[in-house]
Design a protein around this ligand. Structure first.
Ligand SMILES: *Cc1c(COP(=O)(O)O)cnc(C)c1O
Length: 882
């Protein structure tokens, strides 16, 4: 891997970054500098080990890929260039992948298997080229073909096989595992249609299918030799074996094939290239020819359609029973295929007599409850298929599995009706019943001295039972998947310190009291490669120059050294120049989407994340409305003193989440009033940027100066975009929630705009809500919305009602309680922004304080405390590029 060192001044095609348009009137003391590091481009023509340039060969390779795979003789568009480049890079990637896996096969280390229903990977080209250290070659080769790397990269479609933070976390974890040389694979589903594409129609969210695979996917390898059968439904019979042992025989009613696709994951600055194995569902037989010949064309296609539905879409709408069943099917599908896959490799190496060795060779991490059926499936495979005794199998299962909780929202803690489970997975339902019997019996004995009264004890046991009544429908019994995960795992972890405490003290408190050492915290992190080095190369170069090396990319604790420069005016100016350049770029995007110019000297205030009531985009809009009203009341003279803002909100609403869709409409409606008002448009803008995804985040985050993380305290498990923003020197306005708390601790609480009620007060405040006296400014804004100031008043009425009508349960997320404190915090933001030296000092302090939030740190902690897995690095390839 001779080429793996980070090269400065990468790409950029030689264009100096535009000087920011400066507003004399608004932000005094701010000078725009050129980003000198970026201006000297093109020193990157790669020289390989033998000292000769490999560029001509790369250029030829790009052309050849385009010619022979696509039948095109000329690289004439960025899309051509993307296809040629991607298929060329793929070969280097596969070489690295094969070498890594040869090495791992030989060494047979313990492996981590990260089971996740979602992997939000985003684009791969830039990340692969940079992680493999090939940027010099490819940037120069593309230049020779008249293309710019940046534009070429934008021709790639995002792999959006995830909804939000949870799926993106899985993607960051894969990057870190490979970078740390940890033998580990991700396992998930190759959804044919990923997260829907969001468009706006008259200001309302529109959902369009995400057809991401149409022009092929250079980043995957189909493994025709890796297929497993997955069954559903049918019946279970008992059979007595020769030795007298009774075995359960499950005969599924329906079977599909899980077809493996491997997605190589390159580590950075290491030869290690690991794997994300995704499963596609195929029918057992391609086609029912008999039905076709009989003229029944629909039936001929039916099996195919039924099978393909399983891996068709990410999280189908689960508001109908049919949708729910499909989701359980998806979960079992990928878990069953993944476990069979791991066990078959284990058997190939260790035979089928040494299952006791399995926990020293394989550890599984369940990313939330979605893969929890693994508890029952591993038991089934060991007991029914491999013939182990129940107790031995249970010992192995609980040693191999670990569970990460990601949410405190009760509606997101999965519970499957016993009826649904018994129909779709009859053998698993039996297994879960046996597990639960053993569990409740054990509990009964364990609690005998603590709760001697049988009634008390029965109550506690019922509360901890994996199978329990549906509290809303006494007729129905439910399987509580989170409880199954807790009982079936070695370790259970939350994803930020406060969240892990809530996991211990509230969600699983009864379990925590019995197994205190099972519960851990692993504060989330993000990969500093994608989220700083590759998405903000200008800032990365500045940091590298200041620190004298780029070693911080793999050791983010080194960023701490920036603290000593936080108040240095010269450094601040260079820092500001990078931010200005990124703001210009975001302004260009706003122009493309909305056709309007924005003042790039204004404060760029960003809130991008899934739209949800608990994340409180609504509260943000209310404060923007208040700001607007205040500006309206000012004289033109007074307005000159105001700090101008460009507010950006982005995020998708789940297709069945009505209230979230109304919030989006409120953003666009308020935006169209504000942005068109000649009195205020120089001081305040609000834009909704549609189709928030990883690539959009990579453009927006480097440009952000203020970002909003304003969830009701105690509701956001961690948040990870807060870490991405902080890493890029963006200040945070936020509640004392999730990882905001740890970010504030690392950055200095005085540098963060913290406001609002604390988690420990939430329950009391909710009960007291009917006696709460709302702020007069709040009442005024509510009257404005109700009165039609932003149009659509009928449509907004449920929004207004949801936070006002003081019956119990309304304003569940306490917007009114936090409103005044939030406006105060916004005032402090304005004051701070007026003092640019102070603002820049804080900005630098955020990046300097981000060392902890690298997913490398998170993964090291998982590896040490939960997985007990060490690095296994393949030797560097002799000679050549790698
Ligand atoms: C990081 C990220 C998220 C998570 O954002 P939060 O603000 O932490 O909820 C969601 N979506 C995308 C595309 C991301 O990159």
């Amino acid at each position: 891997m001779a080429q793996r060192q980070l090269q400065l001044n990468r790409v950029a095609g030689g264009a100096p970054v535009a000087t920011s348009r400066r507003s004399t009137r608004l932000v005094p003391g701010r000078t725009a500098l050129r980003v000198s590091a970026v201006a000297e481009a093109d020193k990157t023509a790669a020289i390989n080990k033998s000292g000769t340039s490999s560029v001509p060969a790369t250029t030829k390779d790009i052309e050849n890929k385009l010619r022979y795979l696509f039948g095109r003789n000329e690289v004439s568009t960025p899309n051509d260039a993307y296809q040629g480049t991607a298929w060329s890079v793929r070969e280097r990637l596969i070489d690295a992948f094969n070498k890594t896996h040869e090495h791992w096969k030989k060494e047979d280390p313990k492996f981590i298997y990260y089971l996740s229903a979602e992997f939000l990977m985003g684009r791969s080209l830039t990340n692969t080229v940079f992680n493999l250290g090939l940027q010099g070659d490819y940037a120069t080769a593309l230049k020779e073909l008249g293309q710019k790397m940046e534009q070429v990269a934008e021709a790639e479609r995002d792999a959006a096989l995830g909804n939000g933070g949870l799926g993106r976390l899985a993607a960051c974890f894969l990057d870190s595992m490979a970078t740390l040389d940890l033998p580990g694979w991700g396992y998930g589903i190759r959804y044919k249609y990923g997260m829907f594409k969001q468009a706006l129609k008259d200001g309302y969210q529109q959902e369009l299918p995400d057809i991401w695979l149409t022009s092929g996917n250079p980043w995957e390898v189909r493994r025709d030799d890796v297929r497993h059968m997955v069954g559903f439904g049918g019946r279970v019979e008992r059979r007595r074996e020769a030795g007298g042992r009774e075995v359960a025989v499950w005969t599924p009613a329906e079977q599909v094939i899980a077809q493996a696709y491997d997605n190589p994951i390159p580590g950075y600055s290491t030869p290690t290239t690991s794997n994300l194995r995704l499963w596609d569902a195929l029918p057992l037989s391609e086609f029912d020819l008999a039905a076709f010949n009989a003229g029944d064309y629909d039936r001929a296609m039916l099996a195919r359609e039924r099978a393909e539905a399983i891996s068709a879409v990410l999280y189908p709408n689960d508001s109908t029973p049919e949708g729910k069943e499909l989701r359980l099917k998806q979960q079992y599908f990928f878990v069953c295929a993944s476990l069979q896959d791991v066990l078959s490799r284990f058997k190939a190496t260790h035979g089928s007599a040494r299952w006791d060795l399995l926990p020293s060779k394989a550890v599984f991490q369940l990313n939330d409850t979605h893969p929890t059926i693994a508890v029952a499936e591993l038991m089934r495979l060991l007991v029914d298929v491999e013939g182990l005794e129940w107790d031995e199998a249970w010992g192995i299962t609980t040693k191999c599995l670990n569970y990460t909780n990601h949410t405190v929202m009760p509606e997101a803690l999965e519970k499957w009706p016993v009826k649904v489970m018994a129909k779709m997975l009859p053998r698993h339902m039996e297994i879960i019943e046996v597990i639960n019997e053993g569990w409740t019996q054990w509990l009964s004995a364990h609690l005998a001295s603590e709760l001697p009264a049988p009634e008390e004890r029965a109550k506690r046991i019922a509360a901890m039972s994996i199978i329990h009544e549906n509290p809303w429908n006494k007729e129905e019994m439910l399987v509580n998947m989170a409880y199954l995960a807790v009982v079936g795992s070695s370790a259970v972890n939350g994803v930020a310190a406060i969240h892990s405490n809530i996991v211990k003290d509230e969600i699983f408190n009864d379990f925590y009291k019995i197994f205190p050492s099972k519960f851990q915290n692993k504060t989330n992190g993000v990969t500093p490669r994608r989220w700083l080095a590759w998405c903000n190369p200008e800032l990365a170069d500045l940091i590298t120059q200041q620190l004298g090396s780029d070693a911080w990319i793999n050791d983010t604790e080194q960023l701490t050294a920036l603290r000593t420069h936080a108040s240095d005016p010269a450094f601040q100016q260079r820092w500001a120049a990078v931010k200005s350049a990124k703001k210009e770029r975001l302004a260009g995007l706003i122009k493309r989407v909305w056709g309007e110019e924005v003042n790039t000297a204004a404060l760029f205030d960003i809130q991008i994340k899934r739209i949800h009531e608990y994340k409180r985009q609504y509260l943000n809009v209310l404060s923007i409305i208040w700001r607007y009203k205040q500006l309206k009341r000012m004289s033109p003279q007074q307005r000159l003193q105001a700090v101008p803002r460009v507010c950006v909100i982005g995020g998708k609403a789940a297709s069945a989440y009505d209230m979230a869709k109304r919030i989006i409409r409120l953003v666009t409606a308020v935006g169209s009033v504000i942005n068109a008002d000649p009195d205020t448009r120089d001081y305040l803008r609000l834009y909704f940027l549609p189709d928030y995804n990883v690539s959009l985040a990579e453009t927006i985050i480097p440009a952000a100066e203020l970002s909003q993380h304003i969830s009701t305290a105690g509701t956001e498990a961690s948040g990870t975009s807060n870490m991405k923003f902080a890493l890029n020197g963006c200040l945070i306005i936020g509640t004392w929630d999730g990882a905001n708390i740890e970010i504030a601790e690392e950055t200095g609480v005085e540098n963060v705009f913290v406001f609002g009620v604390r988690a420990e007060d939430i329950n009391g405040l909710r009960k007291e809500r009917k006696n709460f006296k709302t702020d007069p400014r709040w009442d005024e804004i509510m009257r404005d919305i109700e009165g039609g100031m932003f149009g659509d008043k009928e449509y907004f009425k449920p929004l207004v009602d949801s936070v006002n009508n003081m019956k119990v349960g309304n304003d569940w997320f306490l917007l009114a309680n936090d409103f005044a404190a939030y406006l105060d915090a916004q005032q402090q933001v304005d004051e701070c922004y007026r003092d640019q030296a102070e603002w820049l000092r804080r900005s630098i302090m955020y990046t300097a304080g981000s060392g902890k939030f690298s997913s490398d740190r998170t993964i090291r902690q998982y590896a040490e405390d939960i997985w007990h897995v060490g690095p296994c690095r393949p030797p560097p390839a002799a000679g050549g590029q790698q």
